[in-house]
Write a protein that binds this ligand. Sequence first.
Ligand SMILES: [Zn+2]
Length: 101
Amino acid sequence: MKKSPLESFSYRMISRCPMCSASAHNAHIELLDESADGNMLMYARCGSCKIGLLATLSTSQHGMQGAAIMTDLHKNEIEQFADTDPISADEVMNHVRWLRT
Ligand SMILES: [Zn+2]
């Protein structure tokens, strides 16, 4: 029986937690977003140390590709930031000036 992308994500890409090495079987995995062409944004939380993992998955004729980063953000915080505008260069420069004062 063919596994769903969610199952493949848990067992192939993160068979173990990158932080505490706990098995991904105990991870809580959610699909946050999916585009019409099959690209997926997923969020996993380790069942042991509770670290978050944000991952993108895309499928092509060559197979499945993905990238993941560890995060201490919760799912609702990720969704909140996804709806905000990107940080502008002016905002970065204003913050640098603020740090120097
Ligand atoms: Zn862990």
